[in-house]
Design a protein around this ligand. Structure first.
Ligand code: ZN
Length: 154
């Protein structure tokens, strides 16, 4: 187990995998035929999931990772509080998240959070934010007047 999997105990990993796999089963991916599910662990221990939802316009396709993060925020999770995100794709390869999702993960997840990916084998890939998005664009990069007020949620 790598240092990035410290948050992912066997029971947490099993909960996230179950949720991500279930979400992948609901994927709307008639164009790519590449279903993806993702599950996020909140600071409160809750698990939020999402799947990819494609669109005939292609550009409006929503990734599973961002769908899961959106579900967490919609439930009241504070930006920066999400601890771990697990991606599941059916098949024999654990795929990394796309660049757009990495940017959103970095802003919404805890700075020390873990991102992982699994598939139908025992393969488990794990990344820190620094590994998969070095030098991210963060809220601190915006002029102070343009920054969102600090959330008062836990
Ligand atoms: Zn993505």
């Amino acid at each position: 187990m790598s240092r990035h999997t410290e948050l992912l105990t066997d029971s947490t990993l099993a909960r996230l995998r179950d949720a991500a796999q279930r979400a992948a089963g609901h994927s709307y991916s008639p164009y790519s035929r590449f279903p993806v599910g993702a599950a996020v662990l909140g600071a409160n221990g809750k698990v939020y999931s999402g799947c990819n939802v494609e669109n005939a316009s292609f550009g409006l396709t929503q990734c599973a990772e961002r769908a899961a993060l959106t579900a967490a925020i919609a439930d009241g999770a504070a930006a920066g509080s999400l601890q771990a995100l697990l991606i599941y794709t059916p098949g024999n390869t654990a795929h990394p998240p796309c660049g757009a999702c990495r940017q959103v993960m970095r802003e919404l997840m805890a700075a020390a959070g873990t991102v992982a990916s699994c598939c139908d084998t025992t393969e488990l890939k794990c990344w820190s934010h620094a590994e998969h998005l070095p030098d991210p664009f963060l809220p601190e990069d915006l002029p102070e007047a343009a920054r969102a007020p600090k959330a008062d949620k836990s």
